[in-house]
Design a protein around this ligand. Structure first.
Ligand SMILES: [Zn+2]
Length: 149
């Protein structure tokens, strides 16, 4: 994972804030903060902000409303949960985050429980099975006739 500097962080935070309809506020030691976001949980636009942490190495999406379940989450979590696909993938690219064996995993995933074969596949398979059985039966008859069974 790449460590992002405060400028990079603010660029991505700004994208998320825009998606949540927030307004950009004065810099807080070089990192802008964003107010009046539409809280993705309670939808209030009055108590949600995207604010740089004191150590300036992260942002937190915060909702100050007591009854809201959002509370405070890191920028990364906010991206994962609430950003659009585009913003999230740009964020992941910046972090150098790659899903492990994404395609590999999907290709090799086995159907759970009941067989999920399509009807066409099962039909073809049972046809083949029947043909094999018929073939074996013929072979057996043939061998029996020749006294080899
Ligand atoms: Zn909220």
């Amino acid at each position: 994972m790449n460590r992002l500097d405060s400028y990079q962080l603010s660029v991505h935070a700004s994208k998320l804030a825009r998606e949540l309809k927030g307004t950009r506020q004065k810099s807080n030691g070089g990192m802008p903060k964003f107010d009046n976001l539409e809280c993705p949980v309670c939808k209030s636009t009055k108590c949600c902000g995207l604010i740089p942490t004191e150590s300036r190495d992260n942002y937190r999406l915060v909702c100050l409303r007591d009854s809201c379940g959002l509370n405070s989450i890191s920028l990364n979590m906010a991206m994962e949960k609430y950003a659009t696909h585009q913003t999230k993938s740009e964020w992941r690219d910046a972090l150098g985050w790659r899903p492990k064996n994404e395609w590999h995993g999907i290709k090799h995933r086995r159907p759970r429980g009941k067989s999920q074969k399509s009807d066409a596949t099962s039909f073809r398979e049972s046809q083949q099975q029947r043909q094999t059985l018929q073939h074996l039966k013929l072979l057996r008859d043939f061998q029996r006739e020749r006294g080899e069974w």
